[in-house]
Design a protein. Structure first.
Length: 286
DNA sequence: GGTGCGATCGCCT
DNA sequence: GGCGATCGCACCG
């Protein structure tokens, strides 16, 4: 793990917010009991989110610290920047999902991709194409674009400056609400499957949608003002240096010619939650 | 650890 | 009618 990645994980421990558990094997071992129960359907998981019910300690702490953290919510000015800049600026920021009963799930963004629209042939908005599905890409910066893929999964983007430009959120480091994230992920896996490690909860664009319970109907919501999903800065995170950020080719767009190889994916060097490591790109930007 | 493959359905042509 | 900004699992070393 690089200095920067270490720094992020350490920051979680130092702050002593129990939700920000560092990605330690020991922490995972402590939670082995969680998966003994068969995966419950989504509905019943959400029904378990009852304010009167017994809640994991980290969620209680989430309530305790909630007001402090709210001050760090990022407003519309933050999102109003060019696509590539926004994709890099997202790294280290914290995505928050507030569930119906007030429990909050938090994850630090560690991997993004820029989709520029217009000339970018890999973008859903390539050539200025506008459809019912991709409307959110043309809405004001900070608007969420949630779309289904492969029939069974969802991906979340955030619109930026530029016609049809948006940033795909690819991976998060789970900071708070891991037990609920694990339940939400387990609901889609086969019964008896092994327990997911913390670093596996949100290390992919569709995994993070599942783990944070982001549904299709969140499409076109405004990250700057929505009461159920927003972005926070982390005041204790060290500023990123250029070498902390790896620029690599995007994932899963091989059929788009020259645009497939452009370095429009950005991730935190050495971070364990990155979905696909590109060693060649890391060598080039060392 | 890495690689290969099948599932599955909404969206667009 | 074809394809996809993915994922989980089996298999191999």
């Amino acid at each position: 793990m690089t200095k920067a990645a270490k720094c992020f994980c350490m920051a979680g421990r130092k702050r002593k917010t129990p939700g920000a558990v560092a990605l330690q094997p020991a922490a995972n071992d402590d939670r082995r009991g969680d998966v003994q129960d068969p995966p419950a359907p989504l509905k019943s998981i959400l029904a378990q989110n009852d304010p009167d019910a017994e809640v994991p300690s980290e969620i209680e702490f989430s309530y305790y610290f909630k007001n402090d953290r709210r001050e760090h919510r990022l407003g519309e000015d933050f999102f109003d920047q060019p696509c590539i800049g926004l994709a890099k600026a997202f790294l280290g920021k914290v995505l928050v999902r507030r569930c119906a009963d007030g429990t909050e799930l938090r994850g630090r963004i560690v991997e993004t991709e820029a989709y520029l629209g217009g000339e970018d042939k890999a973008s859903h908005s390539a050539g200025g194409k506008r459809t019912e599905r991709n409307t959110a890409m043309y809405m004001k910066p900070g608007t969420i674009y949630v779309y289904p893929i492969y029939g069974v999964y969802l991906c979340t983007n955030v619109s930026s400056q530029g016609e049809g430009a948006a940033v795909l959120l690819r991976s998060l480091e789970p900071l708070e609400g891991q037990p609920l994230m694990r339940q939400l992920r387990a609901a889609r896996r086969r019964e008896g499957a092994r327990q997911l490690k913390d670093k596996e909860l949100c290390n992919g664009p569709s995994k993070l949608c599942q783990a944070l319970n982001i549904p299709r109907c969140f499409d076109r919501r405004d990250l700057a003002s929505d009461p159920e999903v927003w972005l926070e800065g982390d005041p204790e995170a060290s500023p990123l240096e250029p070498r902390d950020v790896v620029s690599a080719s995007r994932i899963g767009i091989d059929s788009h010619g020259e645009w497939a190889s452009k370095p429009l994916r950005f991730y935190l060097r050495g971070h364990p939650c990155v979905s696909v490591v590109n060693k060649e790109a890391e060598r080039q930007t060392e």
